[in-house]
Design a protein around this ligand. Structure first.
Ligand SMILES: Nc1ncnc2c1ncn2[C@@H]1O[C@H](COP(=O)(O)OP(=O)(O)OP(=O)(O)O)[C@@H](O)[C@H]1O
Ligand SMILES: [Mg+2]
Length: 257
């Protein structure tokens, strides 16, 4: 049984079918890729999996338990967290406060501790946030405003916010889009490290090279439907994927190692 299983999820926006029986499975220590052209339904699938949108049908199971349509905060408490394609950082807050806000969100329903935890709680959250920033290599930027980071570091900060919730399942929406080679390599190493610790990782990406070098298994969506799944090597040769997503691109894929 997969750790996290999405089964036949459907979602419509008026007349537009965004998800049409979409299914994926995620497991510990495995980096799963989710690809598809613009509008394929990748972000919508994350929105359903993380409680930001109700499904019209189908189910999401985590460790055998049905978690379909739970609220985002309930899913964060169960260890399922996502990053956003449009980052959603608090740009006028410091890097440290952005991470602390994610920790407070995770503690959101523990009202008693939020109100009466006082300085001790805040100190513990600050220490934890600093530990996370250290882990992702942003400790030296802790007191800078998030808006003063470059895009690469902002994306690392988004990952830090996911890490700060202590999530076991990390759904990352385009964590490397528009990054240069070095920034991408940094993110690649961070994500690989998290998988090596046993985290369950799903990554939405348009960068095929990254998908091939990072992922263990890949699902391809088109018009909300599963059109292919398999190892990255199988996926880049799949005729359906080539026609809808890669066009006729057939050149070799560089090694990242
Ligand atoms: N809140 C919404 N209201 C109406 N239509 C929506 C909404 N969210 C998504 N859609 C539509 O649903 C379809 C799937 O969108 P989605 O954002 O999931 O695609 P995507 O695969 O993430 O694309 P991209 O690679 O461009 O991020 C698109 O046609 C999109 O316009
Ligand atoms: Mg998207």
């Amino acid at each position: 049984m997969a750790n996290l299983a999405v089964k036949g999820v459907r979602k419509r926006f008026g007349g537009l079918v965004a998800l049409d029986h979409a299914s994926i499975e995620l497991d510990s220590g495995r980096i799963t890729g989710l690809i598809g052209p613009n509008g394929a339904g990748k972000t919508t699938l994350y929105n359903v999996m993380t409680g930001f949108l109700p499904a019209d049908g189908g189910d999401v199971f985590y460790k055998g338990e049905r978690v379909t349509d739970l609220a985002p905060v309930q899913l964060v408490h169960r260890g399922i967290c996502r990053s956003f394609q449009d980052l959603r950082l608090f740009l006028r807050l410091s890097v440290l406060d952005n991470v602390m806000a994610a920790i407070s969100h995770q503690q959101g329903e523990r009202l008693w501790s939020a109100i009466f935890g006082g300085r001790g709680q805040e100190r513990r959250n600050r220490e934890r946030a600093m530990m996370v920033l250290d882990k992702v290599g942003l400790a030296d930027r802790a007191s800078d405003l998030a808006e003063d980071l470059g895009l690469g570091e902002q994306k690392v900060l988004c990952l830090a916010r996911v890490l700060a919730t202590d999530a076991d399942v990390m759904l990352l929406d385009e964590p490397t889009s528009n990054l240069d080679y070095h920034e991408m390599k940094r993110m690649f190493d961070l994500i690989n490290g998290l998988a090596a610790q046993g985290k369950i990782i799903c990554i939405v990406e348009h960068n095929v090279e990254l998908i091939v070098n990072l992922c263990h298994y890949v699902y391809a969506l088109h018009l909300g439907r599963n059109i292919a799944e398999g190892t990255p090597q199988e996926i880049v040769k799949n005729p359906k994927v080539l026609s809808v997503y890669l066009g006729e691109r057939r050149e070799g894929v560089p090694e990242w190692g």
